[in-house]
Design a protein around this ligand. Structure first.
Ligand SMILES: NC(=O)C1=CN([C@@H]2O[C@H](COP(=O)(O)OP(=O)(O)OC[C@H]3O[C@@H](n4cnc5c(N)ncnc54)[C@H](OP(=O)(O)O)[C@@H]3O)[C@@H](O)[C@H]2O)C=CC1
Ligand SMILES: CC(C)(CO)C(=O)C(=O)O
Length: 330
């Protein structure tokens, strides 16, 4: 199948390489050093799903008609990326793989003649150099959303032979559950530590428990249904918010176990390391915005957003003690 992939970073690069390895005819739209690297050395995949070097057609925008396309930019870049490629996305199924709550609500109106489907990646991918992606933890790609489930089923049909893929009936509910999981992104971005090290550090783990619980309570107040993602069910989330602090730690500890031993920086710390803007306003920022809309507070999420922006500006990570001093918990 002719497939276009827009954004060949950690997730888009992994998907493009895996689709190429499976024999699809893949073109990528990339930019800067990534585009140069893909053109000169190919797109290089390593890690949990094996090694592959993909020699692909590539350019700043897609140049030829595709039967299916994937958008895998950070949330703040997806609208521009879609607009730049709109003519070639017209009329074909488009999968937007993106964290946060806005992948479908922002993309679908830009592509009124296409079936736009949402994707939530539960694998962890690191861009170790431009055009070089390593999978640090394997995991499923959750696919759903759209006006009816035929396009999502089509996407699962294409991707399931290539990568573990799960069809979700309630994509919005799954986005909220993933937003709770993505509470793990901020503390690595603030401290420079891997997700596993953050969770292994009791004082940081406690902050994480508070921010995750704040996200669940905010989502619940907004009417979110929290669909199951990676074994995290509504029932487990209910238990998580009801338990005392010490017992609620079961959830981050289980997340760390599922990540395995290869350090996972998470996608937000990777942006910090590259010196580019993070997606934090779409992660913890989405919790803060939802809380504000409802006349509620989300103080831990607010502090995490502020600290990530501080590190973006200062290029200096905070120590765990500094983080604890800056985020008072009740
Ligand atoms: N990495 C991970 O393990 C996971 C990531 N996610 C989510 O997946 C999404 C993608 O994340 P990730 O792959 O990590 O991000 P990356 O920053 O690694 O990749 C995004 C890529 O898109 C490129 N890009 C942005 N705009 C355009 C454009 N207009 N045309 C072409 N290329 C463009 C960026 O270029 P440039 O570098 O120049 O900005 C970058 O190479 C995010 O929403 C993230 O939260 C979800 C689960 C896991
Ligand atoms: C699942 C996880 C936490 C993988 O690292 C992720 O979504 C991210 O890094 O953005």
């Amino acid at each position: 199948m002719r497939i276009g992939v827009i954004g060949a970073g950690a997730v888009g690069g992994a998907l493009a390489a895996l689709l190429d390895r499976a024999g699809h005819d893949v073109e990528v739209a990339a930019r800067g050093d990534t585009l140069t690297a893909i053109r000169t050395r190919g797109l290089r995949l390593s890690g949990a799903w094996g090694d592959h070097v993909a020699r692909l057609d590539s350019g700043g925008v897609l140049s030829r008609g595709a039967e299916f396309a994937i958008v895998a930019t950070k949330a703040q870049d997806s609208a521009d990326a879609i607009r730049a490629n709109a003519a070639l996305l017209r009329g074909i199924p488009v999968l937007v793989v993106q964290n946060g709550l806005t992948s479908l609500s922002e993309s679908a109106p830009l592509l009124p003649r296409s079936d736009v489907v949402g994707g939530l990646a539960l694998f962890a991918a690191s861009l170790t150099a431009p055009g070089e992606v390593t999978i640090t933890t394997g995991g499923s790609l959750y696919v759903g959303g759209g006006e009816h489930d035929t396009p999502a089923r089509f996407v699962v049909g294409v991707l399931a032979p290539v990568i573990p893929t799960t069809l979700v009936a309630d994509f919005e509910g799954a986005q909220w559950t993933k937003l709770v999981i993505n509470q793990i992104n901020a503390l690595p971005a603030i401290t420079g530590l891997s997700a596993q090290t953050v969770i292994a550090t009791p004082a940081l783990r406690r902050i994480l428990v508070h921010s995750m619980r704040e996200a669940v309570r905010t989502g619940r107040a907004a009417g979110a249904r929290f669909a199951e993602v990676q074994g995290l069910t509504r029932r487990r989330l209910r238990a998580f918010t009801a338990l005392p602090d010490w017992a609620a730690q079961f959830l981050p500890l289980a997340m760390a176990r599922s990540m395995g031993v290869t350090p996972n920086p998470g996608s937000t710390l990777q942006s910090i390391r590259r010196g580019v803007a993070t997606e934090i306003d779409h992660l913890n920022g989405a919790v803060v915005a939802t809380a504000e809309r409802l006349g509620r507070q989300a103080p831990v999420n607010r502090s995490l957003v502020e600290l990530v922006h501080e590190v973006e500006r200062s290029h200096r990570f905070l120590t765990p003690d500094e983080v604890v001093a800056r985020i008072p918990l009740d």
